[in-house]
Design a protein around this ligand. Structure first.
Ligand code: NDP
Ligand code: GDR
Length: 372
């Protein structure tokens, strides 16, 4: 039985990857952070009682900022595969907490690689690094592929650039099987609530149910290449099953704007929107409501405004990936389109909003709008 260690197992990708590896018969170890509230909601459904004689999912307390902790866990687990998905992953937050982001996202990756080497596991443990399309930042070529030069535009992207190169360096210097997946944005119903797609699906579902009045957004003209996290974790595993390590762009090759994602979400809820005004004065107004999914929304209602608080000090305006290498060398193609993914996210968030509205009507609780 193969053993895998996943940092960031409690995150979006970690949870889907853990499911996939359990299905494939792996023993899965995950590092979770100590928090004052439970942070395991995304993996609770695959939790296994640690008192069972042989649980195949095991969680270890740890943190990418703690070398001795990482070394001890690696020594205990002796994994065949290490997936480094743990990170402070929010680009806007990285401008607020640049040093912490560098410590976890850049030096955290070095700590993990060095611990593998220190323990003499460099020929046994295959290593996957969660690299990102944010490396391309101010894009030098469209679409972006493995050879496109990097120009990172945030403390997050700069930290991830260190992690990218240290992974390449350990491969070249020590012959480690170490790979970078350069992943473009990927989403799902498990996406963190402050990333743009989830903020939109959750926010508009809440508005549809009368739980919030208006969604406040930043740069809605940004263009992204969005895929589904389930498709992308499959590729993370595939990258570690090759004869030789390599780096791959993982993307759909199709690009949409944030504004289009807003329109899709509204359409799923039976809300027809029109955008009015310009720049920070732009708003989205309801033209018509054509389904009973949005009982609280009325024509003429302003459901979206621009708040400059969500603009970034340096923005990545456009990203579009070229996944040709992944298709040709690994036979990978994404199965779920961005529109299908949007529908799944709306269905999920509408159910949650309907439930919250029911509770609210009966005086039980009131959800709050999130920053992000
Ligand atoms: P999430 O933000 O959903 O998950 C991040 C995970 O990292 C969580 O489990 C989080 O723990 C954990 N983590 C945060 N800080 C630390 C730390 N100091 N030590 C250990 N673990 C920590 O991210 P995603 O699942 O979306 O992304 C996975 C990885 O892929 C990240 O590295 C991200 O930067 C990268 N990436 C993501 C893309 C995307 O579109 N989703 C695209 C390209 C790259 P907790 O739950 O306790 O917060
Ligand atoms: P990104 O994702 O920065 O690409 O990083 P995010 O969803 O946060 O932003 C995408 C684009 O939408 C614009 N935007 C807003 N973003 C947020 N979060 N909130 C808003 O209100 C808003 N309004 C407009 C942003 O400016 C941006 O242009 C994600 C993360 O998962 C990274 O970890 C990963 O590396 C990259 O994707 C690939």
């Amino acid at each position: 039985m193969k053993r895998a260690l996943i940092t960031g197992i409690t995150g979006q990708d970690g949870s889907y990857l853990a499911e996939l590896l359990l299905e494939k018969g792996y023993e899965v170890h995950g590092i979770k952070r100590r928090a004052s509230l439970f942070n395991t909601a995304r993996i609770d459904h695959i939790f296994q009682d640690p008192h069972n004689p042989d649980p195949r999912l095991k969680l270890h307390y740890g943190d990418l900022s703690d070398t001795s902790n990482l070394t001890r866990i690696l020594r205990e687990v002796e994994p065949d595969e290490v997936y480094n998905l743990g990170a402070q992953s929010h680009v806007a937050v990285s401008f607020e907490a640049p040093e912490y982001t560098a410590d976890v996202d850049a030096i955290g990756t070095l700590r993990l690689l060095e611990a593998i080497r220190f323990l003499g596991l460099e020929k046994k443990a295959r290593f996957y690094q969660a690299s990102t399309s944010e490396l391309y930042g101010l894009v030098q070529e469209t679409p972006q592929r493995e050879t496109t030069p990097f120009h990172p535009r945030s403390p997050y992207a700069v930290a991830k650039m260190y992690a990218y190169w240290i992974t390449v360096n350990y491969r070249e210097a020590y012959g480690m099987y170490a790979c970078n997946g350069i992943l473009f944005n990927h989403e799902s119903p498990r996406r963190g609530e402050t990333f743009v797609t989830r903020k939109i699906t959750r926010g508009l579902c809440n508005i549809a149910q009368g739980l919030e009045e208006c969604l406040y957004m930043g740069n809605i003209d940004a263009l992204r290449d969005w895929g589904h996290a389930k498709d992308y974790v499959r590729m993370q595993w595939m990258m570690l099953q090759q004869d030789a390590p390599d780096d791959f762009v993982i993307a759909t090759g199709v690009q949409y704007s944030v504004r289009e994602f807003i329109q899709w979400t509204a359409a799923e809820l039976g809300i027809r929107l029109r955008f009015e005004g310009e720049g920070v004065n732009e708003v989205a107004v309801v033209d018509a409501v054509t389904s009973n999914s949005a009982p609280a929304v009325k024509p003429g209602q302003v459901v979206l405004r621009i708040d400059p608080r969500y603009f970034r000090p340096a923005e990545v305006e456009t990203l579009l990936g070229d996944p040709t290498k992944a298709r040709e060398k690994l036979g990978w193609t994404p199965q779920i389109t961005a529109q299908e993914m949007c529908r799944e996210m709306v269905e999920h968030d509408l159910r949650a909003a309907q439930r919250a509205a029911l509770l609210k009507r009966h005086g039980y609780s009131e959800p709050v709008a999130l920053e992000g």
